[in-house]
Ligand binder design. Sequence first.
Ligand code: OAD
Length: 239
Amino acid sequence: MDGIQKARELLARARSIVALTGAGISAESGIPTFRGPGGMWRQWRPEDLATPAAFARDPRLVWEWYDWRRGLIARATPNAGHRALVDLENGREKFTLVTQNVDGLHDLAGSRNTVKLHGDIWRMRCTECRAEWTDRRVPLPELPPRCRCGAMARPAIVWFGESLPDGAMEQAEQAACRADVLLVIGTSAVVYPAAGLVPYAVESGAQVIEINTEPSLPGGEVAYALKGPAGEILPRLLG
Ligand code: OAD
């Protein structure tokens, strides 16, 4: 019996499932990852584009990068991996999707019980009055965009050195500590606190199934490491 079949049986028996996703699940939709081959952090430095200091130094540069990414994401559609997670959720009472992605493709595919750890690229936040709103215009007509109060807006995304949205990690941990199975899909699992969900779930008794073109979780944490693209492996896990 191969790893996929065993993992499929584990998943079929599970009563409570959490899936943690990262940029790799959207790679097959044409959105570059951060650290893999062709990854954005191989081309640019996060400290120039994704920190509060970078934004304070050059908000226009940061916004140009986000506007470019918004353009890429606007043209992308969910792939078989995103759709398989919707099918998994539809067949279960207890399913939580925890994503580090800001692209909204899980929403577009139809996932419902979702925790977004790193925010949402379509959401804006005022740097002064803190108002938040959705703006899907691509490209944005003015960079940096402005709030109705006149102050500059920023992407409602978590940058390096910032806290996660209120309650997001708590919600993810609550789901992880009662999960029988944690699926870890398309993430290098090096960015904390998101990455901490894996050992947390293991300590709470969950079995981990990793799906990645280059599985990298420590052997002791993983029950099944399935090597391959999420868009191919995930449908096979359910089929
Ligand atoms: P990474 O770019 O660090 O990792 C992507 C992972 O996906 C790698 O382990 C790849 O091997 C794997 N991968 C690539 N293509 C795949 C495919 N088709 N199927 C399955 N796996 C594939 O992305 P994240 O782990 O999501 O933070 O990065 C975490 C955070 O770092 C991001 O949320 C972002 C970034 O800085 C913020 O935006 C705050």
